[in-house]
Design a protein around this ligand. Sequence first.
Ligand code: IVH
Length: 679
Amino acid sequence: MSTFNPNIPFETAKVRSSSLRSQLNYANYLYYVKNTSKITDFEYDAKMEELRGIEKKYPNLVTGTSPTVRVGSTPSKEFTPLVHPKPMTSLANAFNADELTVWYKRLLKFLGTSQCDLVCELKLDGLAVSLVYVNGVLDRAGTRGNGTTGENVTANIRTIKSVPLQLLSDNFPALVELRGEVFFPHSAFEKLNYERKAAGLELYATPRNSASGSLRQLDSSETAKRPLDLVFYSIGEWSDDQVKTHSQSLHQIQKWGGKISSWTKTVSTIEDALDVVNDATRLRDSLDYDIDGVVLKVDSLADQKSLGIVGRDPRWAIAYKFPAEKAITTLKQIHINVGRSGALTPWAELEPVMIGGVKIKRATLHNREEIHRKDIREGDRVIVQRAGDVIPQIVGIVSRDLDTIIPTKYVFPTECPYCSSTVTDSTKEIIARCLNAKCPAQFERLLQHFSSKDAMDISGLGERMAQELSRRGFVKNLADIYSLKTKRVELENLDKMGSKKTDNLIQSIENSKNQPIQRLIFSLGIHGVGKESALWIVEKFNSIDDIQNASISDFLLIEGIGPVTAELIHKWFQIDSNRDLIKKFKSAGIKTIYKTTNYGSSKLSGNIFVISGRLDSMTRSEAYKKIAAVGGRTSNSVSAKTNYLIAGENPGSKLEMAKINDVPILQEKAFIDLINKVE
Ligand code: IVH
């Protein structure tokens, strides 16, 4: 039996600790991935104890792949952003066999073939994560976030016992990104809630919530106490891609020691796929984790590539979603919300009801036509459905046949509940709209949208403040926000404001002037222009002047913008009051030019930097901020367009790419010098 010898010399400790690490990591793999074991718990604990002893005596010997790191590390204050090597896309949904068949036929047509193999996987209901291994060692891990950038949860992911800290087998790629789902087993979920109840803590509603809560603990030693698990479902980025099919990638992940689902099946026809989906439906209740459907993926990677992505979803994959969960409750009242484009959206206030572990108090009623068609009335008993993250919906009403009191028919308002203007005629359009461009509710929503996190990000200007500013006449158009500093005293005197909050609001407004132009374009609330299309627009036109002068056909040249949106954008910029608004934004000093001129003075403006490997003196996100501050841009992959490759420790395949493309290579010190030279 191995025990720690406190007098162990350094050289012996080095060899011994390395051997112990391998033995323990392998034992861990057998236990948590393969569900077998070759050593007893007693032996495992003794070896672990010995390794801890050595690492305590010689802290230099601790490595990121040591099983001792699984207990977590020092708590952090916040999660830093982590840019994924490749964006993490989402999936289109299908809710029945017909939709799956349509999807399959469409992809066959696209590929010009009569048959295509599909891989069917369980759709785990947890959280998507991306793990990057550099030279076989787990380097970083992030949540999905917005698909491009997530939160760096490396320390927390390391605590998950089935996650390889080091890939098995020796031919490691320089870099490989593995993607998978983190989840919380049912059995452990009940135990966790029991303990939380005893400790007087709030209970988690679902295993998915507890997976999310556990993964996002700032203190990773807290995560380490939670029995999270991770199943890999794909390879993202791979520096020396060897495989031809998705099923081979899964097999490769398994060879590297990663856990994959043993249920996965490859089929050759859509009929077989539908059978497999039915099998999964039956299997659902017997599993110790939540699944919310089956994911079907085209097996051939070449076919995946040619099918590509449409919008946000790949054409080569689809999620069949199990039918949603339902419950019956009473509809207390119908409320009307007026959106920033004037649409009157009804919603139902419900007698709270639990569905799938979540308390539901509201449901959407979509539009007046929906209420009319389903004859939904205040006081009705209604069937509410909830599916995943989708807003709960009312499927229908429970028959009123046995009711003694029949609720009266609901009459949809013919006037805007905020400004009393007549709303659009129900015979002409499904959606009722308030057409009053000066409707205060619309303007309040627009104001709220303008300052929201993804738009100009003005903190302190949320729903309530937007109402105050508009109702008191402090802000009559969006540009008025930028002269609020002249109304300091009035702001300070607002309910619950005071001097500190006023300072913060004014500062936040000032800061927003430096937001990149794509955010300004998104903030304007032009119908059909989202975060992504705003960026496409500024990438194409570079400045607000050019956007203003563009024709409908110019907008149509942007991939992803169709004729309806092109016309709406064009129209927006032709309206005098909007042109006036743009003038005011400019004189307030808001950025209205894309990229280079934003940072006119900097020699590095527009230069593209790629970082490879780990930096010593700063985190990646700090480096990204420094680059942005001098007007540079960052990219995840090296091409002939890259201006600098910053090589940190273990730089990996990007360094090779930089050499091939004659890209100047900067060591960390040279990078810092370069940045510091730019004023
Ligand atoms: S593949 C293009 N496979 O479902 C491929 N996703 O609705 C994108 N998920 O964000 C993902 N099990 O969190 C894939 N076997 C599986 C999955 C799976 C669960 C989740 C994942 C993703 C979401 C998309």
